[in-house]
Design a protein around this ligand. Structure first.
Ligand SMILES: Nc1nc2c(ncn2[C@@H]2O[C@H](COP(=O)(O)OP(=O)(O)OP(=O)(O)O)[C@@H](O)[C@H]2O)c(=O)[nH]1
Ligand SMILES: [Zn+2]
Length: 303
């Protein structure tokens, strides 16, 4: 199979499951396969009615039980439920094109035509799992989930329980964990995050967001409110006429707000954020407390 949209990878959601979370709302984890790499890219979906077109499409010969096991069900699963396409308890039912098996989208059961809060997140094992204070990935991941769940936080309009975090397996801005660890050693030797990549003969940013676009389109998202500071991501989410960024929602580091006790505090994160602003064009207003390049204690002959 190839994607019907020129240039985009062909993506297929092969399974979805409800995950109750310690943060509050249930999320629906979607696992995607694609025709470009062997990685399992993910979509963390808030809202049962945001539906993957590839997941919900009827497969020839499959039973209602098969569909429930794949996660292609409406409403909520409960012991003894027999139909995937109908949730009798909630009075919900899905309909399909008899010829193609495609889901027919109905606003009573499927999220459509709404501006949707989205984060396109790239994997960061160190920041999300190993508590790294070198980068802000873990904090941004948590904040994205919180902002999608709430109605409003300060002057930011949240997702009120609807939104998507697309989780792309492009660790280390696409260079992989091994190369990122080498880049960290170069950073301890005085290079910044961009210089370290270049010294390793990688581009400053090796990522490709076409997978993210394909996944959002598969989820029926058309108008994106994108949680990011990265202007490149804003540009890369555009796939006219299918997908548009209607708003950029900034992600200001928690350590810059309030009484400065929240968030990540380390010399490394200061250098990282400073480089994102000064060398990668990130749209953040640098606070005065963030040192400039000239007073960095990291400068060595490498820099
Ligand atoms: N090569 C390299 N990758 C890093 C470093 N620090 C973090 N990363 C990776 O950078 C990526 C960060 O991705 P995101 O947080 O999605 O994006 P971003 O470009 O920072 O933009 P925002 O949306 O504003 O957060 C992840 O893949 C991390 O693994 C580093 O020092 N070197
Ligand atoms: Zn990170």
């Amino acid at each position: 199979m190839t994607s019907p949209i020129t240039g985009l990878p062909y993506v297929q959601c092969i399974a979805r499951a409800r995950i109750p979370t310690v943060q509050g709302p249930d999320i629906f984890l979607h696992l995607y396969q694609n025709d470009r790499d062997n990685k399992e890219h993910l979509a963390i979906v808030f809202g049962e009615n945001i539906r993957s077109r590839s997941l919900f499409k009827r497969h020839e010969g499959e039973t209602q039980e098969d569909r429930m096991i794949r996660g292609a069900y409406v409403g909520k699963l409960y012991p003894g439920r027999t139909a995937a396409d109908v949730d009798e308890k909630q009075g919900l039912s899905l309909t399909f094109d008899a010829k193609t098996g495609d889901l027919i989208t109905d606003p009573r059961t499927t999220w459509c035509d709404k501006d949707t809060l989205v984060r396109i997140h790239s994997e960061c094992y160190t920041g999300e799992t190993a508590w790294s204070a070198r980068c802000d990935c873990g904090e941004q991941f948590d904040r994205a989930g919180k902002l999608i769940a709430v109605e409003r936080e300060g002057d930011i309009e949240g997702g009120s329980g609807h939104g998507v975090i697309v989780y792309l397996r492009q660790e280390g801005r696409g260079i992989g964990l091994g190369e990122k660890l080498k880049a960290y050693n170069l950073q301890d030797l005085g290079a910044d995050t961009v210089q370290a990549n270049l010294l390793l003969k990688h581009p400053a940013d090796a990522r490709d967001f076409s997978m993210g676009r394909a996944i959002l389109i598969d989820l029926g998202i058309a108008n994106v409110r994108l949680l990011t500071n990265n202007p490149d991501k804003v540009a890369q989410v555009e796939q006219p006429p299918y997908l548009h960024c209607v708003e950029r929602v900034p992600m200001v580091p928690l350590s810059w707000s309030g009484d400065h006790t929240d968030g990540i505090h380390s010399q490394e994160i200061e250098g990282y954020l400073r480089t994102k602003i000064e060398r990668m064009g990130h749209l953040l207003q640098k606070p005065l407390t963030l040192h400039t390049n000239n007073d960095s204690s990291h400068s060595t002959s490498l820099a």
